[in-house]
Design a protein around this ligand. Structure first.
Ligand code: NAI
Length: 325
């Protein structure tokens, strides 16, 4: 049998945490033959709720769940961690400016990055879900100089999956017939879902994009503003689909992406596709089971270029706002 993998989930008692933990413990993320040690990190006020989740995890009698532990101290929670899912973040409260949100979270992710650098396992992989996810990941990476940059990522897989679902509906094909989607930029309303390299069954993305009104007024805003649409409909933010995206992301990273296809993830830019080095930007990526690798050489047309540049400008402004404070 395999040695257990240590997985730490921050914000474990939140809505995404609750939707993610049971599937992680059941083997949906790292494989049904892979035992896991689960570590739940929460704020002191939510430790009771985390205890309740740990009781429910026990009650599933899951064969691959080697242990569950609860922490309010990041240093203990991250000690020896191999997969860190950083879901917990400070929410935006009434009257809070975006700069306040950025700086409040920068402080949290600077501290978590520093601690990860000190105590995480040598093979640690870090996935930031808590918003503003890209900039939080960039800040964590900066504060962990001993962890290779390639180990930090932020989640845009939910956006990627949203784009696949919309394309499948438009092309009237199953989701399995869609490939070649890319989310570029920030996990925010400026993100750019690029369909110009898509295959949708018999159709090409180029062909779908000839209907510019659909692309500009329907597809792109539907994907980019899906989070708000779900809040409006459900009265709560997307949690199960965000948990699902997180699991897909880590699964592809840790077990590898299939064939020559790709997915989307926000990773530290090495300075390709006109994205300045050091920004955590969403790219087309594949994994061999160890590191994300950016799919290079895709042609970027003027339509795409302008939209990628706008989202990258927002990422630069976020980092600048944090640096100014
Ligand atoms: P939630 O508010 O239900 O749960 C957040 C949990 O994190 C709370 O239990 C809180 O006590 C905990 N927490 C806060 N700061 C913490 C810290 N420093 N250490 C440990 N725990 C901490 O929120 P929800 O719905 O679970 O969302 C979590 C985050 O994920 C939010 O920032 C949200 O905006 C973001 N999100 C990101 C998506 C993406 O695609 N990247 C998609 C959907 C949500």
């Amino acid at each position: 049998t395999k040695a257990p993998v240590t997985v730490t989930v921050t914000g474990a008692a939140g809505t995404i945490g609750y939707a993610a933990l049971f599937r992680v413990a059941a083997g949906a993320m790292l494989g049904h033959d892979q035992p896991v040690h689960l570590r739940l990190l929460e704020l002191p006020a939510a430790l009771g709720a985390a205890e309740g989740i740990a009781m429910e995890l026990d009650d599933c009698a899951l064969p691959q769940l080697a242990s569950v532990e609860i922490f309010d101290d990041p240093r203990a929670a991250f000690d020896g961690v191999q997969q860190a899912l950083l879901i917990g973040a400070k929410p935006r409260t009434k009257g809070m400016e975006r700069a306040d949100l950025l700086s409040a979270n920068a402080a949290v992710f600077a501290e978590q990055g520093k601690v990860l650098g000190e105590v995480a396992a040598d093979d640690v992989r870090i996935t930031v879900v808590g918003n503003p996810a890209n900039t939080n990941a960039a800040i964590a990476a900066r504060h962990a100089p001993d962890i290779p940059r390639s180990r930090f990522s932020a989640l845009t897989r939910l956006d990627h999956n949203r784009a696949i679902a919309q394309l499948a509906r438009r092309a009237e094909v199953p989701v399995t017939a869609i490939s070649g989607v890319t989310i570029w930029g920030n996990h925010s309303a400026t993100q750019y879902p690029d369909i110009f390299h898509v295959r949708a069954g018999e159709l090409s993305g180029e062909a779908l994009a000839t209907d510019r009104a659909w692309l500009v007024d329907d597809f792109i805003p539907t994907v980019a503003q899906r989070g708000s649409a779900i809040i409006a409909a459900r009265g709560a933010s997307s949690a199960a689909s965000a948990a699902n995206g997180t699991i897909d992301h880590v699964q592809d990273w840790a077990l590898g992406t299939a064939g020559d296809g790709w997915t989307s993830a926000a990773i530290v830019s090495p300075g390709v596709y006109g994205v300045p080095e050091g920004l955590v930007c969403s790219f087309p990526v594949r994994s061999d089971g160890t590191d994300w690798e950016i799919v290079e050489g895709l042609e970027i047309n003027d339509f795409s270029r302008a939209r990628i540049d706008a989202s990258v400008a927002e990422l630069q402004a976020e980092i600048a706002a944090v640096d100014a404070l």
